[in-house]
Design a protein around this ligand. Sequence first.
Ligand code: FAD
Length: 406
Amino acid sequence: MTRTLIVGASVGGVRTAQALRGGGYDGEIVLVDLETEAPYDKPPLSKALLTGSAVPDGIRLLTPEQARAARIDLRLGLRAVGLDPRARVVAFQDGSTARYDRLVVATGGSARRPPWATTDGVHVVRTLADAAGLRRDLMAGGPLVVIGAGFVGAEVASTGRRLGLDVTMVDVQPFPLSRSLSPDIARAVLALHENAGVRCLMGVGVSGVSGRGRHLAVTLDDGTELQAATVVAGIGAATGDGWLAASGLKLDDGLVCDEYCRAVGTTDVYAVGDVARWFDLTRGRHVRAEHWTNAVDQAACVAHNIIEPRSPRPYRPVDFVWSDQHDWKIHVIGDATGPAATAVLGDPMADQRFAALYADEHDRLRGAVVVNWPRALVRCRKAMREAAAWRDLASDLHTAGGRVGA
Ligand SMILES: Cc1cc2nc3c(=O)[nH]c(=O)nc-3n(C[C@H](O)[C@H](O)[C@H](O)COP(=O)(O)OP(=O)(O)OC[C@H]3O[C@@H](n4cnc5c(N)ncnc54)[C@H](O)[C@@H]3O)c2cc1C
């Protein structure tokens, strides 16, 4: 019987295992993770889990019972430390090994640790244990300082306000979500946070964090000192490819794969999720994505390519990320960067719902940001899949009730 070994049992790994079984794969599936927790989903960690509206058992991706029923051999508490691709063997920290016929690398990433003093009270948010520790401190009250205004930082700031805390968010960039959104739209996200009572200190870095316990001081590059009971660093993730360093596989901030998500130079090693750097035929280059939908879509593609090696499918996704901040449901589709959106339906500074469209050099839609507008979201995702003309989409959305604002 063939054996597929999946290392990493978060959304990428779990969905690969389930898609293999769902697609009729009859071999052995071994799914391992360094965590001892049954697999769980990460998006709620910065949102519902912090407010308490979700509990750990409500965010499980796969329970031991579900694993047994699907004949998935779930092995927890095992950290992979090495791979010998010739011998087809993965080595674990406890000295054990596992052989495979197919290997799926799904080791995602870990929270980037803050470079300043790591006093207790300075949190990161990547695991259930991180979120539980942060929730304890948030519930104890006192000022919260969030360092980093990317997706995770901005979500924690929003959750902090929801819990009634005094929240300050700091970032060297001029606006929140600056790496993902054009400045005109990111400015509206800044206004959203300010209107919700978050004190936003943008364009300034952090030079240090001092203190202990719940008496912390965050010092900014301009000399400002912020007192905090809780500090959260949302400063990005480190890619989980370190355990492959001696494997001889090509690494470049992620495991480098071909268009079928197969590690280059191999026929039996695949990657899914945040750790995969695959060759994207649409963009003509290797890319990596850190979004939930990417992990899910890539898992389906990899499962297909393992089951049907003679008719593999290239992985050609449309990027999609969502984020809940205050009363906005933000959706980013494709590439929404650049100096400004090509057209905006609605007024991001005043309206509760709007859509911003971005065109490529051939006047096709290359990206969109949709806030609180489900119908526009469906249309934008369809238009992206079909590489539709942005003007057709704009007039369609105009008819659907959006005023053209730019
Ligand atoms: C707080 C937070 C909120 C988020 N919110 C959103 C959101 O709203 N929308 C969105 O689109 N995306 C969101 N994301 C991103 C999304 O959750 C990730 O893209 C997704 O979890 C990636 O899944 P993955 O399986 O590739 O990797 P990960 O979720 O990082 O999982 C990797 C797994 O591999 C295990 N592992 C790592 N190294 C080893 C090893 N050596 N041996 C064994 N096991 C190992 C880890 O323990 C982990 O379980 C959020 C992420 C975080 C952290």
